[in-house]
Design a protein around this ligand. Structure first.
Ligand SMILES: *Cc1c(COP(=O)(O)O)cnc(C)c1O
Length: 466
């Protein structure tokens, strides 16, 4: 072996004529294939430089080129099987949408639609008209509109109702809503100024009343959806704020946050104010997210008095915050499902997952565990009672009794298993607890169970018996 080892490296032009690479010419641009070939030859060259011996094996080189092409071509956004049991997981895209909503977005995406055209008159219409009635129906409001998310809704509402003025907020409600977006910062970007009243745990109606002055623009209640203050606490309800606002002729804003349409208290989820509460009490506007408890696409919904909604829609900022056609189509389809509460609970995954009875969770977990027990690479498979959380960053207190499948593997630690699952295709995210990987099937769709099974087998290095 005193021959120059670099002479073993094949020429790029020769590799490109390999039948397997000729066969993928229809799938990748010539330059993409050539770049991948060069990269693999360079990798071999590096091995020679550090003194390794290399084989003259063009077939193996071509296989690596094909693998590299496939890897480069994978989308960075991938399907994740959410086995955490966290129904509204912001990092995993929050609410999955109903099938009809997803299809509506798909149809909207791939063609044309009457987004801003009244098909009856042939005249231009407002894109918001497509969802206004549906939004009024679920909120009980006179009118409604929507923007990209609830943070955007807060900004445009504050601009319209209180620009250059003070907004009175209880100190206990000055939340950060995630992504470093804090209520005081939102006030600043909206051109309103914050007037804090009360203390962290106690705010009384008198605190609000005392803060009202000639420069008061609005009173705002913010639902503390991502934390709770417990113990010696007092907050003022929306009815009392509305009454105060009415007496003093000051607008009242209700930031409901999560937007519960269904009465979740019936299913053991207390503490989420229904979206109708503030409107019914007479709040001027109420705001909430579309991709939390509503179970729809990411939008910020603004419902309330017609005169305010009209002013909000005339704000030039509305143009910067407006929804795209796919989101609007998905929202309209989601709202349609709410016409029948039974249909909504069945078809909207977020509602179905949150209200799934414990016995059903247990049956699904037992059946899945039974399949896993035949996998010899797993050292234990158990079904446990556990606690699920509604939301990762939001709704922290909304814990639900749930059932999990707890797994350990012979060859890999629980954290190694978690990593292997996360980097699989499709990716799987579970929970690690007490030296086990936990799978909560509450958030796993039936259509994903086979893929989840395969992913666990692969992560544990099991032979998959077909
Ligand atoms: C979640 C939440 C927001 C932010 O909503 P996005 O749709 O995520 O922008 C605002 N206010 C409250 C009270 C919330 O819970």
């Amino acid at each position: 072996m005193n021959e120059n080892p670099f002479r073993l490296l094949p020429a790029v032009a020769i590799v490109l004529e390999h039948p397997q690479l000729v066969a993928v010419r229809g799938d990748y641009a010539h330059e993409t294939i050539a770049t991948a070939v060069r990269a693999e030859i360079d990798a071999l060259r590096q091995k020679i430089v550090v003194g390794e011996t290399i084989a003259n094996d063009v077939d193996a080189l071509v296989s690596r080129v094909i693998a590299r092409l496939a890897e480069d071509n994978r989308s960075t956004i991938r399907t994740v099987i959410n086995a955490t049991g966290i129904v509204l997981h912001t990092n995993l895209g929050r609410s999955p949408m109903a099938e009809s909503a997803a299809l509506a977005a798909y149809e909207a995406a791939r063609g044309y639609l009457n987004l801003e055209l009244d098909l009856g008159t042939g005249k231009r219409s407002s894109r918001q008209d497509n969802v206004r009635d549906g939004l009024c129906r679920i909120t009980g409001a006179e009118s409604a509109t929507c923007v990209n998310n609830c943070a955007a809704a807060t900004v445009i509402v504050l601009r319209t109702l209180a620009m250059g003025k003070e907004v009175i907020v209880s100190r206990g409600q000055l939340i950060e809503i995630g992504g470093s977006f804090r209520i005081p910062d939102i006030m600043t970007v909206s051109g309103a100024s914050l007037r804090e009243v009360g203390t962290t745990n106690i705010t009384r109606i008198g605190d609000y009343a005392a803060a009202i002055g000639p420069n008061t623009g609005a009173i705002m209640r913010i639902h503390t959806s991502n934390f709770r203050v417990r113990g010696f606490t007092k907050t003022v309800g929306i009815e009392a704020l509305v009454e105060l606002g009415r007496k003093q002729n000051i607008a009242v804003i209700d930031d409901v946050g999560s937007g519960a349409v269904v009465d979740f208290a019936k299913y053991g989820l207390d503490g989420e104010p229904p979206i109708t509460e503030g409107i019914r009490a007479g709040a001027d506007v109420a705001l909430f997210s579309g991709d939390k408890l509503l179970g729809g696409p990411q939008v910020g919904i603004i419902a309330g008095k017609k005169s305010w909604i009209e002013r909000i829609e005339r704000d030039p900022m509305m143009r910067a915050l407006r929804l795209d056609k796919m989101t609007l189509a998905a929202l309209e389809a989601t709202l349609r499902l709410y016409r029948d509460p039974v249909v909504a609970l069945r078809e909207i995954p977020t509602l179905r997952m949150l209200t799934m009875p414990l016995h059903e969770l247990r049956t699904r977990a037992e059946a899945f565990a039974e399949r896993l027990r035949s996998v010899s690479a797993l050292s234990s498979v158990e079904v446990h009672d556990n606690i699920a959380y509604v939301g990762g960053g939001s709704l922290p207190d909304e814990s639900l009794p749930t059932v999990v499948v707890a797994v350990t593997a012979h060859h890999h630690s629980e954290s190694a298993m978690a990593t292997r699952l996360r980097t699989a295709t499709p990716a799987v995210v579970g929970r690690v607890q007490d030296a086990c990987v936990l799978f909560d099937l509450r958030t796993v769709f039936d259509r994903q169970l086979d893929d989840l099974f395969t992913a666990i087998c692969r992560a544990a290095d099991a032979q998959i018996l077909v």
